[in-house]
Design a protein around this ligand. Structure first.
Ligand code: 28F
Length: 660
């Protein structure tokens, strides 16, 4: 959309803030054309408004509407927001708030409701000077959802009347707002029903049950006291048809939930809440016996993946208060260095949520909070409460102090071990691990590295590969479980050291993906339980130490065939049991069938043909959109508890998409 058009639409939306007038006229004029132009612009370039028209964008429609219901509840007028998805993937969102204003807007000469749903950027400021605190990343408003819907119906219940308006074909009102029926005089609220337009969402119009449920549960944690109900009429299992979430404890319950599979160190969650200069702050913290930190930050219910000033304020307070307490209570001696923030964060699970009337987002994906005043506000509110917690709970303070000082000692040991993994000069080939059979090309954009389990498979891979762009790194036996080991042990591990040197991009906070020596890192393991275990160990290591290479889509899993089916000179390979049945049926009888138990059973040529040749192979790209889910995945897969692991494996196959 041109800037000019945007201006026009903003002018129209500006009138929404003004008092409502009850004149009932409905003429067709210039503003109608403007309005339809605006919605048409949304349909022409949906990506500009909702980021993508793939599954993520489809779900965005729901969040846009749900956010408005949550705002009404956060403003104190609604208690409950109900989200229903029916058998045809039609979404209904309903709240029990005041109901949208049913009067006429003076400037547009149309009902406020029609205006909200047809004028871009209408809404914005909420009635009564309150501000919109929720709102998706794009925060585009209900009119965008309307523009991208095949149809939409809006009902308002207010003082014994039901008001109704319907839009079709991307936001065109079928009639003006009507008083449709009488209703229970005690009923009040807004209801929006819509069908995403398949002409726009060409990839899919089917909502993902887990995505909806997880985000709705998260919104309930982030907005304490609000009841969120999720109804999925498509679900066959009764336990998946209805969920009701309401957390009086807010983030305290969120942290408890995040730590549910872990052994916690401080049984009482450190919780603080406060507001200053119109900015609301809520922080909850609990340590577990692990070594990793899981810190989730939000602004206006948006997951600020890149962190920002709220996270900085949190880190400042954590460092300052823990060091102060450690010194005053002799956990640190005079000669000792201060604990680093990372020391203070070992094993921490923390959620930080701020609500800001005018958030500024920065960073590559606009998920980094930039408002500088937030730093001190979070630091003050959380710092005061943390200090108080340590004073009032000396036993829990003691374990936290011991944990941080142990982390500090381990860090110093790790520093020594880690120096050994750093390549002095990235061009210095001699420093590459001896086991690596590198490729000859130095053009990282075409290079691939296969990480192969075992020497015999490593041999086949080495002989079968195209050595121009394919490198092979064989691993011996199981690699270290990084969830269960301290850093210095991890850096002493030979397999891990060879991977770090081969990749060449550094690790942890020093990582630089642009230095990665291969475009594709391919994990190639046997198609059995041991192979799956090694794969998980490798992915856990990547997730914890090299996360950006996963996030930027460089990590793949090779799919070796399960069967070789031969009849005369015809050879075919099956990669799944289903494929095997199909091929067997197609090829008839007198077949010679080989079931591969491991990569080692394939000779070099077969391995190339089935698993490494870009013309035939299937690579599964690993992607982790949701850090919380990924973390849950790894802590369940690698943790001590057997039962959740079993259930998890049964429920979730693999989190991955297929790619070539
Ligand atoms: C199903 C999703 O969208 N709920 C909403 C309200 C309530 C008001 C409102 C909404 C007025 C001038 C914009 C009512 N009474 N749920 C929802 N509930 N919008 S959306 O007002 C809109 C503003 O411009 C409301 C008094 N003030 C506000």
């Amino acid at each position: 959309m041109s800037d000019e058009k945007m201006m026009e639409n903003e002018e129209v939306s500006a009138v929404l803030g003004e008092e409502l007038d009850l004149k009932v006229t409905h003429t067709y004029d210039d503003s109608d054309i403007q309005v339809l132009d605006g919605l048409e612009a949304v349909r022409k370039r949906p990506g500009m408004y909702i980021g993508t028209t793939a599954s993520k964008g489809l779900h965005h429609l729901v969040w846009e509407i749900v956010d408005n219901g949550i705002d009404e509840a956060m403003a104190g007028y609604a208690t409950t927001v109900t989200i229903t998805v029916d058998k045809d993937n039609i979404i209904t969102v309903e709240d029990d708030g005041r109901g949208m204003p049913t009067g006429i807007n003076e400037k547009t000469q149309k009902s406020t409701i029609e205006t909200i749903f047809t004028v871009l950027h209408a809404g914005g400021k909420f009635g009564g000077g309150a501000y919109k605190v929720s709102g998706g990343l794009h925060g585009v408003g209900a009119s965008v959802v309307n523009a991208l819907s095949e149809w939409m119906e809006v009902s308002v219940y207010h003082e014994g009347k039901e008001y109704f308006i319907r839009f079709e074909n991307g936001g065109h009102p079928v009639s003006e707002l009507i008083e449709k029926a009488d209703c229970d005089p005690d009923k009040h609220g807004s209801k929006i029903k819509f069908k995403a337009d398949p002409l726009i969402f060409t990839e899919t119009t089917v909502y993902d049950h887990d995505v909806l449920r997880d985000r709705i549960r998260q919104l309930a944690f982030l907005n304490k006291g609000i009841r969120l109900i999720f109804i999925d009429e498509r679900a066959e299992e009764e336990s998946k048809q209805r969920y009701e979430y309401m957390f009086e404890g807010g983030l305290k319950e969120y942290v408890k939930y995040l730590n549910r599979h872990r052994t916690v160190v401080n049984p009482d969650i450190i919780y603080s809440e406060g507001h200053e200069k119109g900015i609301q702050v809520e922080v909850a913290v609990q340590y577990n016996d692990g070594y990793n930190a899981n810190v989730y930050t939000f602004c206006n219910n948006i997951n600020t993946v890149e962190g920002g000033t709220h996270e900085e304020g949190f880190r400042l307070a954590l460092n300052r208060v823990i060091n102060k307490y450690a010194r005053e209570n002799n956990f640190l001696k005079e000669k000792d260095d201060n604990l680093t923030t990372d020391d203070c964060k070992e094993g921490i699970t923390a959620v930080i949520s701020v609500k800001h009337p005018d958030p500024q987002y920065e960073g590559q994906t606009k998920t980094k909070l930039g408002n500088s005043e937030v730093r001190k506000i979070v630091s003050d509110i959380f710092g005061t409460q943390l200090e108080r917690f340590l004073m009032e709970n000396p036993d829990q303070a003691k374990v936290i102090m011991e944990k941080a000082t142990l982390a500090s000692q381990a860090r110093m040991a790790a520093k020594k071990a880690r120096e050994l993994t750093r390549r002095k000069n990235p061009l210095e080939i001699s420093s590459l691990p001896g086991k690596l059979s590198d490729c000859s090309s130095k053009d990282a954009s075409i290079c691939e590295i296969y990480i192969v389990e075992g020497d015999s498979a490593g041999g086949s891979a080495k002989n079968g590969r195209d050595s121009h762009y394919q490198a092979i790194l064989p691993l011996r036996g199981k690699i270290l479980n990084v969830e269960k080991a301290r850093q210095h042990r991890i850096f002493e591990n030979a397999e891990i050291r060879s991977m770090i040197t081969a990749f060449g991009c550094g690790i942890l906070e020093e990582i630089d993906v642009s230095k990665l020596r291969y475009n594709k890192i391919v994990i190639m393991t046997d198609a059995d339980v041991d192979g799956a275990h090694i794969r998980i160990l490798l992915l856990t290591f990547f997730y914890r130490y090299l996360r950006p290479i996963i996030e930027t889509g460089h990590v793949y899993i090779a799919q070796p065939p399960l069967y070789k089916i031969q009849k005369g000179n015809t050879v075919r390979y099956a990669y799944t049991e289903g494929q095997f049945e199909k091929i067997r049926a197609e090829m008839g009888d007198r077949l010679s069938i080989q079931r591969y138990k491991g990569l080692g059973e394939m000779d070099a040529e077969q391995l190339w043909e089935t698993t490494m040749d870009p013309k035939n192979r299937t690579l599964v790209r690993i992607n982790i959109d949701d850090a919380e889910l990924a973390d849950e995945y790894f802590s369940i897969m690698m943790g001590d508890e057997v039962e959740p692991r079993k259930n998890f494996i049964i429920e979730n196959g693999e989190f991955a998409e297929v790619d070539r």
